[in-house]
Ligand binder design. Structure first.
Ligand SMILES: Nc1ncnc2c1ncn2[C@@H]1O[C@H](COP(=O)(O)OP(=O)(O)OP(=O)(O)O)[C@@H](O)[C@H]1O
Length: 322
C-alpha cells in the first residue's frame, strides 16, 4: 500500500517582483516528500532551491511571492493556513537549519535560554524544570555535554553551534526539517560528523528532511531521492543512487561529471560549459538546450515535461527520453 506523502508540491510558482519586472524563480514544479525520507534539491547556484524551501515553509517574503500552485502538508493546504495554524506549522511540524548558525543564535543570550524559549513559545504551559530537562536531552542528542547549556554562542565552535541549531530544530519533534546548506561553513570532517548524526536522529525519530547543498557527493550519501533543478524547474527526480549511476537528463549527467567521485580512482572533473540563463532572458524550449551537447531541433522549440523514467523509477524532462 502506498503511504500518503508528507509533503506534496504541485505546480508551485514563485516570483520575485521588482518595480517594473517579475522574475519567475520557480516555474511550476511538482514533487513529493515521503514520511521519513530525505529528499535533496540539487542544481547550480540561483536555480531556485532556497526559494522552494522558503515557499514550503511559508516563509516567502516580498519581493518574493508564491504566485501559483499548491503545497500540501499531510493533505492540508499550507498556502491557505491562518496565522494561528501557521504558528503551529512552523517549528512544531516543520523546522529549519540554515547555513549561518551564528545568525540563528542570539549572541547575548545563553543557549539554554534560547532552546527553552523555543520550547515555551509553543508549549507555554511547560514548567522551567521540564524545559531545562528537554534542553539537556536535546544537547545530549546532538553530542554536546549538557554542562555547557549555560554557555553563550561564541563559546562554541562553528560545528557545535550548528549542532545547537539542529537541537533547536528537533525541540518540538517536527515531521520535516528543512536543511539549507546546513554544513557548508564547516570543515569536511565536522561536516561529515554532523551529517552522520542527522542520519542517526532521522532513523531514530523518523522525521523527513528537505536537504539543500552544493555538495552533490554529500547529498547522494545522505538522501533517499534527489530532485535536480535547472533555471527554476525540476529536470529530473530520481533515487539518489541513480543520480551518478544512471542519470537520465543531460543536465544531471553534466552535474555528476562536475563533482569528484565518491570512491574509485581520481578522474578529471569537467565543468558545465556556459552558465545558467538569466531569469529575464530565458531561452525558448528546454531551458538547458543552449548548454546541452545532445540537443536536437525540438529542444529549442518546445519545453519538455517531466515524464516517468523506467530506468530509475523517477522522472525526467527531456525530449531525448520521450
Ligand atoms: N530577494 C530576491 N529578489 C530578487 N530575486 C531573487 C531574490 N532572492 C532570490 N532571487 C532570485 O531567484 C533565483 C533563485 O534564487 P535561490 O536563492 O532560490 O537559488 P538557489 O538555487 O537556492 O541558489 P544558491 O544555491 O546560490 O543558494 C535567482 O535567480 C535569484 O537571483
Amino acid at each position: 500500500m502506498l503511504t500518503q506523502p508528507l509533503v506534496e508540491v504541485r505546480n508551485l510558482t514563485v516570483d520575485y517582483v521588482g518595480a517594473n519586472t517579475v522574475s519567475r524563480a520557480v516555474n511550476g514544479i511538482d514533487f513529493d516528500i515521503r514520511p521519513g525520507e530525505a529528499f535533496g534539491l540539487a542544481g547550480e547556484s540561483g536555480c531556485g532551491k532556497s526559494t522552494v524551501a522558503f515557499a514550503l515553509a511559508r516563509l516567502t517574503r516580498l519581493p518574493g511571492l508564491v504566485s501559483g500552485g499548491a503545497v500540501r502538508f499531510m493533505g492540508e493546504d499550507v498556502l491557505s493556513f491562518s496565522a494561528e495554524r501557521l504558528r503551529r506549522y512552523r517549528w512544531s511540524e516543520v523546522s529549519f537549519v540554515f547555513q549561518s548558525a551564528m545568525n540563528a543564535l542570539n549572541p547575548v543570550i545563553k543557549v539554554s535560554e534560547q532552546i527553552e524559549d523555543a520550547i515555551l513559545a509553543h508549549r507555554p504551559r511547560a514548567s522551567r524544570a521540564e524545559t531545562l530537562a528537554r534542553a539537556a536531552e536535546l544537547f545530549e542528542l546532538v553530542g554536546i555535554s549538557p554542562r555547557r547549556l549555560d554557555d553563550y554562542p561564541h563559546q562554541f565552535s562553528g560545528g557545535m553551534r550548528q549542532r545547537i541549531c539542529i537541537a533547536m530544530a528537533l525541540a518540538l519533534e517536527p515531521k520535516l526539517i528543512i536543511m539549507d546548506e546546513p554544513t557548508t561553513a564547516l570543515d569536511v570532517v565536522v561536516q561529515r560528523d554532523i551529517i552522520e548524526q542527522i542520519c542517526e536522529l532521522k532513523a531514530r525519530f523518523g522525521f523527513s528532511v528537505l536537504f539543500i547543498t552544493h555538495d552533490l557527493g554529500l547529498m547522494i550519501e545522505f538522501c533517499d531521492r534527489i530532485g535536480v533543478m535547472y533555471a527554476g524547474e525540476l529536470v529530473e527526480v530520481a533515487p539518489a543512487s541513480a543520480i551518478l549511476t544512471a542519470p537520465q537528463h543531460p543536465y544531471t549527467r553534466a552535474l555528476g561529471r562536475s563533482f569528484p567521485p565518491l570512491s574509485g580512482p581520481r578522474v578529471r572533473l569537467e565543468g558545465i560549459a556556459g552558465s545558467p540563463p538569466s531569469l529575464s532572458a530565458l531561452p525558448e524550449g528546454c531551458r538547458f538546450s543552449p548548454r546541452c551537447g545532445e540537443a536536437i531541433p525540438i529542444c529549442v522549440r518546445l519545453a519538455p515535461e517531466l515524464r516517468p523514467t523506467p530506468a530509475t523509477g523517477g522522472e525526467a524532462a527531456c525530449h531525448l527520453l520521450q
